[in-house]
Design a protein around this ligand. Structure first.
Ligand SMILES: *Cc1c(COP(=O)(O)O)cnc(C)c1O
Length: 479
């Protein structure tokens, strides 16, 4: 049997020598990035550590190939190997998620959502449009046709989860294109419990009659009942789109099953591949047979040439996610989030929704007298990498915020378990209790500056280092 970590070590050492021969500073930054990732307590809920197999797959000559089009039907010659790669990525995705159709080309989560929006519009509106413009395909529309089409698109309605309740920019947030190409309205969460209120979503949907309902989130610490969301969509004749960018790993690992698995209920499901799914940086769209042909036109509607090297890495990551070990990993992600949440609660901290049942925890730092910005910076000083996040009806707005979002996928990959996550909660609470808000030049309370008490950063670093050393990132990989 080959020693995989020795093989990866030698592959990376030699690759870095090759890179250094052209631009040594890039080789150096690459080494340093590994060292930094190894030595920090990464709690960013959207990040993970892909395997060396996934990472190595991205560094090949597939990057050099143009392959606009679809499998077996490309606008460029010589795409037979790209066809193999894309077909395998799609096959693994279909099998893993039980989806009738998978599209592996989107370069990112946002691209996947744009593909989904356009395909839903094309599918839902194409009949009437095309009759009106007397063309066979949207590709045949003239400039003037597009002009009036834009007017029509402006009349399409989208209902998504609001940003401060945990939704994503692309779910109809006004400054995002999704909030411009659609008339948008947003649903939030119950002000008392912080939980999704399906009756309120239903009432809003009945009144607004959206073409698309988007479910999914980036910062909501609870599971969603997608059967109910589909029921609501059906009731008002909407298409249900689920963006599982954050929790695709929990779907893949069968932690979210039944009504919590979006794939059987959504007409179109989008995802990233690099968050809890632990693949390369990229996106993907799953769809029913009905929506497949319009999703397949992601290129040329939205995308240019696919990143074939990344599609190859998606295939490798999806193959990994089909192994039984991935189910164990996914279960540990959820168990660890619970341990982290319990660790906070037992130390008197306040959590949005009072806990978690997915991979993330949203801590309300206002009880520490801090803004999210102050808490994020103080934690970073102590080597704890998180991000600030709005909480529902956030008094500090989207820039300063009142929340800190924590996620368990990355440290779970390193092997952290219950005891480590309880200790993480202890360290975080210690840092926040020892952080005071600073003052502005005028002498008032600042939302940005802060003072971390002496010695706290050092003791936190030391305690984290112990846990990080005991749970090494890429064990055996030596550069
Ligand atoms: C992260 C995220 C995205 C965007 O993914 P990118 O790859 O950064 O474009 C889209 N939707 C949701 C819900 C996300 O959490």
């Amino acid at each position: 049997m080959t020693d995989l970590s020795a093989a990866a070590s030698s592959a990376y050492r030699q690759a870095l020598d090759v890179i250094a021969s052209v631009e040594p500073r890039i080789a150096e930054a690459t080494r340093k990035e590994l060292a930094d990732q190894r030595s920090s307590l990464k709690l960013i809920a959207s990040e993970n550590y892909a395997s060396p197999a996934v990472l190595l797959t991205m560094g090949t000559w597939f990057s050099d190939k143009y392959a606009e089009g679809t499998i077996g039907h490309r606008f460029y010659a010589g795409c037979q190997n790209v066809d193999t790669v894309e077909a395998l990525a799609a096959e693994h995705a279909r099998e893993l998620f039980g989806a009738p159709y998978a599209y592996a080309q989107p370069h990112s989560g946002i691209d996947a959502n744009l593909v989904a929006f356009w395909s839903i519009l094309a599918h839902r509106v194409e009949g009437p449009w095309l009759e009106k413009f007397s063309v066979k395909s949207v590709n045949d529309l003239s400039e003037a046709d597009w002009e009036s089409l834009r007017a029509e698109l402006g009349n399409q309605r989208l209902l998504g989860m609001s940003l401060d309740a945990g939704g994503h920019l692309t779910h109809g947030f006004r400054p995002n294109i999704s909030g411009k190409m659609f008339h948008q309205q947003q649903y939030g969460t119950d002000p008392e419990t912080g939980l999704l209120d399906y009756d309120a979503v239903r009432a809003k949907a009945r009144e607004f009659k959206p073409l698309v309902i988007v479910a999914g989130y980036s910062a909501y610490p609870r599971r969603v009942n997608f059967a109910k969301m589909r029921e609501i969509a059906d009731e008002v004749g909407a298409t249900l789109m689920v963006d599982m960018a954050h929790f695709a790993g929990l779907v893949a690992g069968k932690v979210f099953t039944g009504d919590e698995d979006p794939v059987p209920f959504a007409h179109v499901t989008t995802t990233t591949t690099h968050k809890s799914l632990r693949g390369p940086r990229g996106g993907m769209v799953l769809a029913t047979e009905e929506f497949a042909p319009s999703v397949d036109r992601g290129c040329p509607m939205v995308l240019g040439g696919p990143l074939s090297h990344v599609m190859a890495a998606k295939a490798v990551a999806l193959a990994e996610a089909r192994q039984p070990e991935f189910r164990t990993y996914a279960q540990h992600i959820a168990d660890n989030a619970k341990s982290l949440a319990d660790g906070f609660l037992s130390r008197g901290a306040r959590l949005v929704t009072g806990g978690t049942d997915n991979h993330l925890v949203l801590l309300d730092v206002s009880s520490f007298g801090l803004t999210g910005r102050q808490a994020e910076a103080a934690l970073l000083d102590a080597g704890v990498v998180t991000n600030r996040n709005s909480i529902p009806s956030d008094p500090n707005g989207a820039w300063y915020t009142s929340g800190i979002r924590f996620g368990t996928p990355a440290l779970t990959t390193r092997g952290f378990g219950h005891d480590e996550f309880d200790r993480v909660a202890e360290l975080v609470v210690d840092v926040l209790r020892n952080t005071q808000p600073g003052t502005t030049k005028a002498g008032g309370p600042s939302k940005a500056s802060y003072v971390l008490a002496d010695g706290v950063a050092e003791r936190t670093h030391a305690a984290s280092q112990e846990m990080l050393d005991a749970n090494p990132l890429y064990p055996g990989l030596e550069l």
